[in-house]
Design a binder for this molecule. Structure first.
Ligand code: DGL
Length: 328
């Protein structure tokens, strides 16, 4: 049987980091480039052919929408090649949930696209990078991963890009789909999918970035009991086209915020309500009718921000944006 050919797009992060022998803190990102990453995984060449390139070499907090657009366009371009069966992106874990959802909405291929990283530098005791990368490559080469949208493989779990969240700041089991769970797991060479996303993604998403080099500015405002509404003036005066509110509980906001929000939506700044809570849903209610806000449903503020900026690139009509959040 012909081995599948997997292409790694390496971007930096802890998976590429060198630190004090055995330790997990205080390391330098980006020391181990794509060729050394490939060399670090024992036994992978027995099952797949692996190649790759170093597209960036940054900590993921230095990622940006501009860079994500470059990454997505590169995947779209390479996906047309017959000698690539699937992709693995290695990156820092800190913004992984954002890049995963972004790519899930804009890559135009049903070939597997799998993202992974590491919580411990390569020089630590029991570094998690090699195993995460091994698993990610296998998932990317599995027929069952075709058409499943962008997948995150981390600490033996396969998690849908739409639902994945970083849930821990230092332990290897740092990602979860929270109440939506994982969509499968991997144990040595056994890959077991247990469910799939019903939300549109990749080739079925309406977002096409082929001719786009930037996206409308969208901010996130985090509610707290004492924050007054002046915060919104910054966004209004800096040409933001949309705001995602991380509201309290089910996306609630104070009276003093409400009048400012009414003013913004009247002036065609889109306002989406999400929540500071890390699970649950913000559903449509009377606030949305009265203030022309849009509920984010089960999308966290970070995910809602990505979706809103892509949607605003197409239209700022309230009905269109409301529909996008119902659909995705
Ligand atoms: N600051 C980091 C980054 O996201 C390192 C953390 C990590 O990769 O786990 O690139």
């Amino acid at each position: 049987m012909n081995k599948k050919q997997i292409y790694i797009l390496a971007t930096g992060g802890t998976i590429s980091a060198q630190g004090d022998e055995g330790k997990t803190l205080g390391y330098t990102n980006g020391v181990f480039k794509v060729k050394s990453l490939i060399k670090s995984i024992k036994g992978i060449e027995d099952v797949t052919k692996v190649n790759g390139e170093q597209i960036f070499n940054i900590a993921s907090e230095d990622m940006s929408i501009d860079k994500l657009l470059i990454l997505a366009k590169r995947i779209n371009e390479l996906s047309k090649l017959d000698n690539i069966d699937g992709f693995v992106i290695t990156q820092g874990t800190d913004i992984l949930e954002e890049s995963a959802f972004f790519l899930n909405l804009v890559v135009k291929t049903s070939k597997p696209v799998v993202i992974t990283g590491a919580m411990r530098p390569a020089t630590s005791n029991s570094a998690d990078g090699p195993n995460n990368l091994y698993d990610a490559i296998l998932v990317a080469s599995d027929e069952a991963s075709i058409g499943k949208g962008v997948l995150v493989v981390f600490a033996d779990y396969i998690i849908r890009a739409r639902d994945v969240q970083k849930i821990d700041t230092f332990r290897p089991q740092a990602f979860a789909g929270k109440e939506f769970g994982c969509c499968g797991y991997i144990h040595d060479n056994i890959i077991n999918f247990i469910n799939k996303s019903l939300k549109p993604h990749t080739i079925n998403s309406e977002f096409n970035i082929a001719n786009i080099n930037s996206l409308p500015k969208v901010g996130i405002v985090y509610f707290d009991v004492n924050l007054d509404s002046d915060i919104f003036d910054y966004y209004i005066n800096h040409d933001y086209k949309g705001i995602v509110i991380a509201g309290s509980g089910s996306g609630m906001i104070s009276k003093r915020w409400k009048s400012k929000i009414k003013e913004m939506t009247k002036n065609s700044i889109a306002v989406v309500r999400s929540s500071i809570a890390t699970s649950g849903s913000v559903d449509r209610d009377s606030i949305d009718r009265e203030y022309r806000t849009i509920p984010s449903y089960t999308l966290t503020p970070l995910k809602a921000r990505i979706l809103l900026s892509l949607a605003l690139e197409k239209s700022n009509s309230y009905e269109y944006l409301k529909g996008v959040f119902e659909k995705y």
